[in-house]
Write a protein that binds this ligand. Structure first.
Ligand SMILES: [Zn+2]
Ligand SMILES: [Zn+2]
Ligand SMILES: [Zn+2]
Length: 138
């Protein structure tokens, strides 16, 4: 089932299905949480660095995954849950870092702010929030 789902995602974003692309996407779906480059690399081993980087930037451009840049310089990638399309990411979620376990997650929130300003077109709103996650709160 997952295999079909993976192929469908790749195809529906206008990409051809390759073994490496399937492998990379598989881990994003399986783990369902933001992953840093180091983790992705060890998971998709033996895909080499250049190929992996090409796949990630291609996925990002096509709206399959998005980048998360945290204030501490950490760079993660996460699967896009909303209907992101070719070059257009539209996210209604925040990036949450737990101060206790360092876990990072994409969280959908109610009342996502609707920001606007005359004569400007906002494409991306990135909100980074830190606090205590549900696993650490008690
Ligand atoms: Zn996206
Ligand atoms: Zn936590
Ligand atoms: Zn996210």
């Amino acid at each position: 089932m997952l295999r079909l789902e993976i192929e469908n995602i790749i195809k529906s974003h206008g990409l051809s299905v390759t073994k490496s692309r399937k492998k990379v996407l598989k881990y994003f779906l399986k783990l369902n949480k933001p992953l840093d480059l180091k983790t992705i690399r060890s998971l998709v081993n033996p895909i080499d660095r250049v190929t992996l980087f090409r796949i990630l930037s291609c996925f990002e451009k096509k709206g399959i995954i998005h980048s998360i840049r945290l204030e501490n310089g950490q760079h993660l990638y996460a699967i896009c849950k909303e209907t992101c399309r070719d070059g257009q990411h539209s996210h209604q979620h925040i990036h949450f870092t737990c101060e206790s376990c360092d876990d990072v997650s994409c969280l959908s929130i109610d009342n996502f702010p609707n920001l606007s300003l005359t004569n400007y077109k906002f494409n991306n709103i990135n909100i980074n929030v830190s606090g205590v996650c549900q696993a650490c709160i008690f």
